[in-house]
Design a binder for this molecule. Structure first.
Ligand SMILES: [Zn+2]
Length: 240
């Protein structure tokens, strides 16, 4: 089982850990704790490096969650470290921090669009610096794009704190904002729910990494929108 450092502190970009399992076929190692985000909820996994005491540094090319473990796939062709080895992990911080700004921008967008137009999010995806979000948003037309862009930038600049909490399932299931974002679809076995709140704007169940205040997001550009039918609309953003 890997302790997920990024769940409680998304600003930790290097850490020490112990290798608890090695799969030589896929060149994957499991650590007792990790700050690497394994991907999910539309946010891609982190990349970076793992170094061992003898000086060998492995590129971490991919990270994936498997049950309670986080698998770190090591590139290169150096012999793999052994179970029990102490390692130092370093995340590619430029990429990760841009993803944090992008992810928080996406939540600013969905909170603002729900507040102003009552439109619900149905899905989304992001890469560093850009993202797309799908809404049930019948009224979305070209002329609303400028209005949405102005509103989301006003919220980003307002400097809302972003708070992360881990709540017991029963408690989370009582919160109206979480019910609206379909928290009831969470699998039965999950006993705790991690929530991300942009104070005063948005609250949702979310596993991703975020900046601690919306003032860190920067400028949000609404770069495009697409009609995916009468109801379903897609909005594309970039953060600069
Ligand atoms: Zn999210």
């Amino acid at each position: 089982m890997t302790e997920l450092i990024y769940q409680t502190d998304s600003y930790i970009n290097e850490f020490n850990a112990t290798i608890t399992a090695v799969d030589s076929e896929t060149r994957a190692v499991v650590l007792d704790q990790s700050a690497f985000y394994p991907g999910g909820g539309g946010q891609p996994n982190d990349t970076g490096t793992l170094s061992v005491d003898n000086g060998t540094e492995y590129p971490v090319t991919k990270v994936k969650k498997q049950g309670a473990d986080v698998l770190h796939f090591l590139g290169g062709d150096e012999p793999l470290p052994q179970v029990g080895a102490q390692v130092h992990g370093q995340i590619d911080w430029d990429k990760r921090y841009l993803l944090m700004r992008t992810h928080t921008a996406m939540h600013v967008l969905c909170g603002t669009v729900f507040r102003d137009y009552g439109a619900l999010v149905t899905g989304g995806n992001m890469e560093p610096g850009k993202g797309r979000m799908d809404f049930e948003f019948e009224r979305l037309q070209g002329e609303l794009v400028g209005e949405i862009e102005a509103a989301v930038n006003k919220e980003a600049e307002a400097g809302h704190d972003v708070r992360v909490k881990i709540l017991p399932r029963e408690e989370a299931f009582q919160i109206p904002d979480l019910i609206r974002t379909k928290i009831n679809l969470l699998p039965e076995g999950i006993t705790e729910v991690r929530t991300v709140e942009i104070v005063g704007l948005d609250l949702q169940a979310d596993g991703g990494t975020h900046v601690k205040n919306t003032s860190e997001v920067g400028t949000i550009k609404v770069v495009n929108y697409k009609s995916k039918g009468a109801i379903n609309k897609r909005i594309y953003i970039e953060v600069v």
